[in-house]
Design a protein around this ligand. Structure first.
Ligand code: IFG
Length: 489
């Protein structure tokens, strides 16, 4: 077994011990599930769906026989210790078979992702090397964000992204559904938001919107890959598409035109008008009913055209609306100045913000520092795509940082996790999306999952190099950074 199968695992497992023997998959191999475990069955069906086309083997899924048969893959909750939590798993080769032990769907699902990486990426022999792995995540929030508002992305393109996130044990996809340039979700009580506000885009971008059925299809697809969708309606700024769709939302009753530029901070809802809160309540109410996850992201960023006092008033009423809907509020770090409530989640993005103030008010932090994980930033000066206002972010820059060390007065218990946004002012298609996200997103996945101690760029860059053939086999249009000695095998 060449080293790649052991030493190209991303994210790096908490504990891995090489063992003798292999589990060889053959036409007689089966995927066996502990009787009665629906989570294990769902994960097993998912795994079969991936391995059958890859290997050409039948790999039937069956309820587990008592004895372990060589060449078979087993899913069982027996022996899964509480230290694994919901997302952890144990993966081991025993007497020539492969056993995945877990306590919940996510754990079984993540065992499948590691198993996929222990198999060769493209051709046989389909042998899983002798190994014992015990693995679980450091942070509960490990994600990315896709801005579908500047430029729209289709259901199939978002599903492709969800598949790639899942392969690296990322479990959150934040969808930025509204902004100045576009409104991307149908709201029945305000149909013009999508019908008119969805008909524009940033210059060179794509118009469009998700119907409710399409959005629910994405939410279900995400859930089947242990990913929670986090929908964002950006308020009170970044609202030109909404203001263009309904004159009555505007302070002077006049609707602006659709906006195709790249400026920010020029739009605001009218905090003094009562209709604004009916709008917000209707929109968030319909979105909350569509979203199985517990989160509603209300934006709050760059409200440069909203007076400070208006902003505080507005955000206070938005917090009431989100609370009445029984959802957990997420907002960009500007919401700290509006006053937070215990349990709110603050997404830290700016270089100069006050996370200690947020934690003091009982909030938890999602770390998205613009100088490290804003993946619309260019890799280097020669990168054609992307922007450079925050920083140039090469693969090493996106890897060599830690969410708990960004601010001196923030501790491990204050941080919920990490999220890498992709803003799409200049990213208008799937190939460009993949180019900007990969390989930097693999480093973010490792920061979110793997232990902090022992993490080093020098070690990771070789593992990433060995992982290259797997990205190629998956057809990912990834950036071949000169910082990584890519293996061409
Ligand atoms: N900042 C804006 C985004 C986007 C981004 C582009 C936030 C929270 C710059 N707000 O990041 O809408 O324009 O890099």
């Amino acid at each position: 077994m060449n080293k790649a199968q052991y030493e190209s695992l991303i994210p790096k497992p908490v504990f891995l011990e090489k063992r003798g023997g292999v589990c060889s998959l053959t036409p007689e191999s089966k995927i066996c599930v502990q009787a009665g475990s629906t989570w294990a069955l769902q994960a097993a069906e998912y795994l079969a769906g991936r391995l059958r086309p890859l290997t050409g083997l039948p790999l039937p899924v069956e309820e587990a026989a008592q004895a372990f048969e060589p060449g078979c893959i087993y899913f069982t909750a027996q022996g899964a210790g509480t230290e694994l939590g919901e997302e952890g798993y144990q993966l081991s080769t025993e007497e020539g078979c492969l056993i995945i032990r877990a306590r919940g769907f996510a754990g079984f699902f993540y065992g499948c992702q590691t198993l996929r990486q222990l198999l060769p990426p493209a051709e046989g022999p389909w042998e899983i090397p002798g190994v014992f792995i015990e693995d679980y995540p450091r942070f509960p929030w490990r994600g990315s964000m896709l801005d579908v508002a500047r430029s729209f992305f289709t259901v199939d393109e978002v599903k492709r992204l969800l598949d790639l996130l899942a392969a690296y044990k990322l479990n959150r996809l934040h969808l930025h559904l509204s902004d100045d340039q576009g409104w991307r979700i149908m709201i029945d009580s305000w149909p013009n938001l999508a019908l008119h506000g969805g008909s524009g885009a940033v210059e060179g971008g794509r118009a469009g919107f998700f119907t409710k059925a399409e959005y629910q299809e994405l939410a279900a697809y995400a859930q089947s890959r242990a990913i929670t969708l986090v929908p964002e309606i950006d308020l009170p700024g970044h609202t030109n598409a909404a203001l263009a769709s309904y004159p009555e939302l505007n302070r002077d009753g006049v609707a602006p035109g659709l906006y195709r530029g790249m400026k920010v901070g020029f739009s605001t809802l009218a905090a003094e008008k009562e209709i604004t809160y009916k709008f917000v309540s209707d929109v968030l109410g319909e979105l909350a009913a569509l979203t199985p996850g517990p989160y509603l992201h209300v934006g709050g960023d760059e409200a440069h055209s909203t007076e400070d006092e208006e902003y505080r008033l507005f955000m206070g009423r938005v917090q009431d609306i989100v609370a009445e809907l029984g959802k957990t509020l997420v907002g960009w770090d500007e919401i700290i100045q509006a006053g937070l409530r215990p349990g709110d989640l603050v997404q830290i993005w700016r270089k100069d913000t006050r996370p200690r103030e947020a934690v003091r008010q009982g909030a938890k932090l999602i770390m998205s520092p613009c100088t490290r994980v804003y993946l619309d930033m260019k890799y280097g000066p020669e990168t054609e795509l992307g922007q450079d206002w925050a920083a140039l972010i090469e693969v090493e820059d996106a890897y060599s940082w830690d969410p708990v060390s960004v601010y001196p007065d923030v501790g491990e218990e204050d941080v919920l996790g990490v999220e890498a946004p992709l803003w799409t002012e200049t990213i208008h298609n799937l190939g460009d999306m993949e180019y900007m996200l990969f390989p930097r997103l693999l480093g973010v996945a490792e920061i979110g999952w793997s232990p902090r101690q022992g993490r080093s760029w020098e070690e990771y860059r070789l593992r990433l190099a060995a992982h290259g053939p797997r990205l190629r086999a998956a057809g990912v249009n990834f950036y071949r950074s000169g910082q990584v000695p890519w293996e061409e095998r």
